[in-house]
Design a protein around this ligand. Structure first.
Ligand SMILES: NC(=O)c1ccc[n+]([C@@H]2O[C@H](COP(=O)([O-])OP(=O)(O)OC[C@H]3O[C@@H](n4cnc5c(N)ncnc54)[C@H](OP(=O)(O)O)[C@@H]3O)[C@@H](O)[C@H]2O)c1
Length: 476
């Protein structure tokens, strides 16, 4: 039996209240009629807290409860004592502080800001490189890799700053920090630790960085604090199985369980929801879905789709299916993010507004390699058998030719998602379909009738890029 202290009990009650509050905002259920000791199967009642045996919880449920508590306490830790906002000065044209511009999406956000007529200045904030290479070099490499002009990084609008947002005043000299504080009208926070294998604790510094950006905004001398746009991820919603497309609003913590990455994005969302309710800061949470190739088709060849392609060549068949895909080309996603920086809404989804069936894409990819199309379950079974047959193999050639075998868990997850897709409310990767109401209001690019659905031209571009990489260059 676990002995529980009064403060732990108090915490459990506030977790319960917090969870009820979040359920109220996401469901039509009147939760005021829910008895005080009945909350949700995954949230402990006080009795469960004291005895831990009544009613019995299985190991998985207990782990989920522990994880949700960890997420809640991370929210609590980072949402104490927000500074008061006292600003009064007027602002003119937009000055955007953007983080993560050495990354694939961030590079394209930077490029979109440089050509935005209503953006006067851009502070591009990135951590120091481990190998000591300069920020200018890193940006030029990243821009070139996406087929863009590397001189974008040295545009007169752009100031590249090496800084650590999780450090006090971003670790910058006082005068630089003050200049940022005085100038910034918008923040776009794209930098994040993109790693699905790390536990939630590994994201502590990411949360500290987000909190520092919140404090920075609240400390602004402007009459309204800078808008703070947080690039979140739609993958956080993977566990949702609603009948209707998921609305742009808060979600319960349990939907994000499963990886530290998703959990940390949920903690960030909750922190920003609290900020929005307790301070004059108006954050914007953009849940970004799967991003497809960049302007020249650039799509990291180690990701799941290129791996699926290389493995399909090895397995001599290609998976297809009727489910929709809602992936957005990376440059379009980046442009839309910049447009969303003035949205009046707190939550926005970002996916392609015009879905196409996965079969449209799979047909093109299979044809490029003369492969027969098979239903996804059949393809997965071939992948699983090949992985089992080579389970103990350290064969480098096998791993290079069949990279999807290393991602068996992710591909099995997709299979389960498709099997559960009885309501036809999921896209091919298992992500739920989502509402875009707020997103469409905020973005002329998303509303544009000329925004083309994905098709053969996109597939050709991705393939052209992958043919320049080891993915399709090494012996097939
Ligand atoms: N790509 C997608 O399909 C997708 C989908 C949904 C959401 N997102 C979100 O979009 C954002 C950008 O993603 P991306 O695809 O551009 O990722 P990426 O290519 O991995 O870039 C990540 C950026 O964050 C920086 N970063 C990584 N770890 C950091 C750390 N510990 N401290 C400080 N900076 C760090 C990286 O800097 P270095 O160059 O120094 O490593 C880089 O600038 C992320 O917030 C991600 O969660 C992406």
């Amino acid at each position: 039996m676990q002995v529980i202290s009064p403060s732990m009990y108090q915490d459990s009650l506030s977790i319960r209240d917090e969870h009820l509050k979040s359920l109220r905002t996401t469901t039509q259920m009147d939760l005021r009629v829910v008895p005080s000791d009945v909350v949700h199967p995954m949230i402990p009642t006080s009795a469960q807290y004291i005895t831990q045996v009544e009613p019995p919880l299985d190991q998985g449920q207990r782990e989920d409860i522990d994880k949700i508590e960890e997420m809640m306490s991370m929210v609590k830790r980072h949402s104490q004592k927000f500074p008061k906002h006292h600003g009064s000065s007027a602002t003119h044209r937009d000055v955007v502080l953007v983080t993560g511009t050495t990354g694939s999406v961030g590079t394209l956000i930077l490029a979109a800001l440089v050509v935005a007529y209503d953006v006067r200045r851009i502070f591009s904030v990135n951590r120091k490189a481990a190998d000591g290479s300069s920020l200018l070099d890193r940006h030029e490499i990243s821009l070139k890799r996406q087929g863009l002009d590397p001189s974008i990084a040295s545009s007169p609008k752009v100031t590249l700053l090496e800084a650590t947002v999780s450090d006090h005043q971003f670790g910058l000299p006082k005068s630089t920090y003050e200049m940022l504080r005085e100038e910034t009208t918008h923040i776009i926070h794209s930098a994040w630790l993109v790693n699905f294998n790390l536990p939630l604790q590994a994201f502590e510094l990411q949360l500290k960085g987000l909190r520092n950006l919140i404090d920075f905004a609240l400390d602004s001398p402007h009459s309204t604090p800078p808008r703070l746009l947080f690039v979140c991820s739609l993958i956080m919603l993977l566990n949702i199985n609603h009948l209707e497309p998921v609305k742009e609003g808060p979600v319960e913590p349990y939907v994000a369980l499963g990886s530290g990455y998703k959990e940390s994005k949920w903690v960030s969302e909750r922190l920003l929801e609290i900020v929005a309710s307790e301070t004059p800061l108006r954050p914007i949470i953009v849940r970004l879905g799967q991003v497809s190739g960049g302007p020249n088709g650039y799509w990291n060849h180690r990701e799941w789709l290129p791996s699926l392609i290389r493995s399909s060549i090895y397995l001599k068949c290609f998976p297809t299916g009727p489910e929709p895909v809602i992936w957005l080309p990376a440059a379009t996603a980046a442009k839309v993010i910049t447009e969303m920086r003035n949205s009046p809404d707190l939550h926005l989804h970002l996916v392609h507004p015009r879905s196409v069936p996965w079969s449209t894409i799979s047909k093109e990819l299979a044809a490029a390699f003369n492969l027969p199309l098979v239903p996804y379950p059949e393809w997965f079974s071939a992948l699983e058998q090949s992985a089992l047959a080579n389970a103990n193999s350290a064969d480098i050639e096998f791993r290079r030719n069949n990279p999807a075998a290393k991602m068996l868990g992710a591909f099995r997850g997709m299979l389960k998602g498709l099997e559960r897709n009885t309501n036809r409310n999921k896209e091919f990767t298992g992500l739920p379909l989502v509402s875009l109401e707020n997103a469409m209001k905020a973005s002329p690019t998303l509303r544009d009738e000329n925004l083309l659905p994905l098709g053969p031209v996109d597939v050709e571009q991705w393939l052209r890029y992958w043919r320049t990489t080891v993915l399709l260059q090494s012996k097939l």
